[in-house]
Write a protein that binds this ligand. Structure first.
Ligand code: SAH
Length: 372
């Protein structure tokens, strides 16, 4: 809801908010993602310009960490024209992002421009803000969606003896100011449109908005080039009932006090893959701990530990590594998934043919990182 929705009113990412995310836990997370983009940019022949497009940037921490890597590797990127494009609906969070990334030096854009705000990053890179991915100008782009798709609204369905029914939210007639779940008495437009014919589960959650956004990303990558990295907690079409609420880092009844808690549902990566409609290749989902290991998190941790003099910093580094990598914490339930142009991946038919002069390097993260 543009007026009463959680993200437009509250949107509490971070330690003092309702939920904590990987970039808020450790700078290493964003740094390794920054290296992923550089490694893909190199593998794709170092195009002379690219846009970094982030969907739902939260506090802007991830982009800040990525831009620091771009700054550190400025000699590699020296001839490349980089710009940052943030898709954000929350006025409050876009202000926080502006302070984080530009030190608050932003200006609103004129009505006729597609961006609603613009500024220059502390490292000198132009940054633009939009409300919708469709407003981002076309062009060679690297997309990023971290804990974005899980925040979008879902439909819930249940298989009954009479066929599929939609789970709807109703006002409880018995208790004032109380909502309740009900089953639709008959089929709804959503049951007819959003359930896959081959579905075997009895309870299903579908996020059509995520499907539409992935279709757009896939079309844009097919047409203009680039790649998308999607990272979220989720499953590959196996889970059934994951819709839940968080407030002040505690589970919160999804039906109580609407608009005041973060509502979330696991991302169904099998649905995202279908929605790419073969316009791009897809990789993953792969578990967060495997992706980060492939990206060299262990080496990065060692360097940081060696460079930190005090015990408290070392303990903090080890603690945040454990949060990100431990299978019982974020290591197993978070996944990485990528959309890439077909030509980026070697075609299976070509496997047995003689190797070309410069074989395509494997995609980092999904394989070990090989930086030359
Ligand atoms: N990526 C950040 C924040 C995740 S929270 C992190 O990992 O820390 C979800 C983000 O998506 C918030 O910035 C929220 O304001 C934004 N958001 C939610 N719904 C959106 C929508 N429909 N369009 C654009 N942004 C949205």
């Amino acid at each position: 809801s543009p007026s009463q929705g959680y993200y437009t009113r509250r949107g509490g990412v971070g330690e003092s908010g309702d939920f904590i995310t990987s970039p808020e836990i450790s700078q290493v997370f964003g740094e390794l993602i920054g290296i992923w983009y550089i490694s893909e940019w190199m593998a794709m022949g170092k195009p002379s310009t690219f846009q970094l497009v982030e969907l739902g940037p939260g506090r802007g921490t991830l982009t800040e960490d990525i831009l620091r890597v771009f700054q550190q590797l400025a000699s590699v990127l020296s001839k490349c024209d980089v710009s940052v494009h943030l898709v954000e609906v929350s006025p409050k969070l876009s202000e926080i992002q502006a302070v984080m990334l530009t030190g608050g030096k932003v200006q609103p854009s004129p009505e006729d421009e597609s961006a609603y705000m613009k500024g220059i990053s502390k490292t000198g890179i132009p940054i633009f803000w939009y409300r919708d991915i469709q407003d981002v100008p076309p062009g060679y782009s690297f997309y990023l969606a971290h804990e974005f798709f899980d925040a979008l609204p879902i439909h819930k369905f249940q298989r009954t003896e009479k066929g599929w029914r939609e789970v709807l939210v109703d006002i409880d007639p018995e208790v004032p100011d109380q909502l309740r779940f009900v089953l639709s008495p008959s089929r709804t437009p959503a049951t007819q449109n959003f359930i896959q014919p081959e579905e075997t589960r009895d309870h299903v959650e579908v996020c059509p908005e995520a499907g539409v956004i992935v279709q757009r990303l896939a079309s844009r990558i097919e047409k203009d080039g680039g790649a998308a990295l999607v990272t979220d907690y989720g499953h590959d079409g196996t889970k059934t009932d994951t819709f839940r609420g968080f407030r002040n880092h505690k589970l919160h009844d999804v039906l109580s006090a609407p608009g005041t808690a973060d509502l979330t549902a696991d991302v169904d990566f099998s649905y995202l893959r279908k929605m790419a409609q073969g316009k791009t290749a897809t990789l993953g989902p792969i578990k967060q701990r495997e992706f980060l290991k492939n990206m060299g998190i262990d080496l990065r941790l060692q360097v940081l530990l060696q460079n930190s003099g005090d015990t408290a910093t070392r303990e903090q580094l080890l603690h945040s590594y454990d949060m990100l990598m431990n299978p019982e914490k974020m290591g197993d339930c978070f996944n990485f998934f990528a959309l890439l142009p077909h030509q980026r991946l070697a075609h299976p038919d070509k496997k047995d043919k003689p190797k070309s002069k410069s074989p395509l390097p494997p995609v980092a993260g999904f394989n070990e990182l090989l930086l030359k």
